[in-house]
Design a protein around this ligand. Sequence first.
Ligand code: UDP
Length: 243
Amino acid sequence: MRETEKIMGISIDRVNMEEAYNRFKMFMGKNKLHTIYTPNTEIIMMAQHDYELKEILNTGDLVIPDGIGLVYASKILGKQLKERVTGVDLMTRILQYCNKEERSIFILGGKPGIAELATKNITKVFPQIEIKGVRDGYFKEEEEQCIIDTINTLEPDVLFVALGVPRQEKWINKHHLKVRVAMGVGGSIDIWAGTVKRAPIFFQRLGLEWLYRLFKEPWRYRRMAVLPKFLINVIINKNRQRD
Ligand code: UDP
């Protein structure tokens, strides 16, 4: 049975990486669309004002806690989120699976050239994956239907969507494509392309990936300042959430 924890009105799956991966494998065995979303504190805060995003996250078939802030919030609320499960790590597990089982993927998103570069690197590591298609995320409105038709014709097993939050979640939700799994992956495409580097393992293990990112991309400080704000909100809302 699915176990979730509600953090600031959003249901997050109480899973570790292995359990998240097992859920994904279960989705692959069913011939219908399943959605995977990867909220972090910034996204949860965004969803407090963006009700459409909030609703969409709450309809996700697997919603993983992609941020140490969610694990802290869970502790503050006396809930039991097990650990941080990042989108980029789950994406890698999914790619491993697709390689082993010779499944197909489609990548939508990223700047022109970036998705292609990411795909090239993915193919180097996972040569058995069938790449059904790649398309950058800066298409015009009039091109959108053609992209949808292409995906629905190709029917890839997994669709990775990197259009930034909340666009990618809304896009996945709106079009209900003929794929088994659609996952919002955001900046993971840039990591696969090699244009953005992940924090060294040392920072990842300590849950300080955000600090590393702050050093590397100081202009993000405004977006990151949301973490303390988020925790304060969690504390303020603690009693209300219990009701
Ligand atoms: N992106 C896109 N189309 C857009 C907006 C963003 O393809 O209209 C891509 C962007 O190039 C990047 C990814 O979405 O590869 C993630 O964007 P963002 O920085 O907003 O997300 P985060 O890094 O927080 O996951």
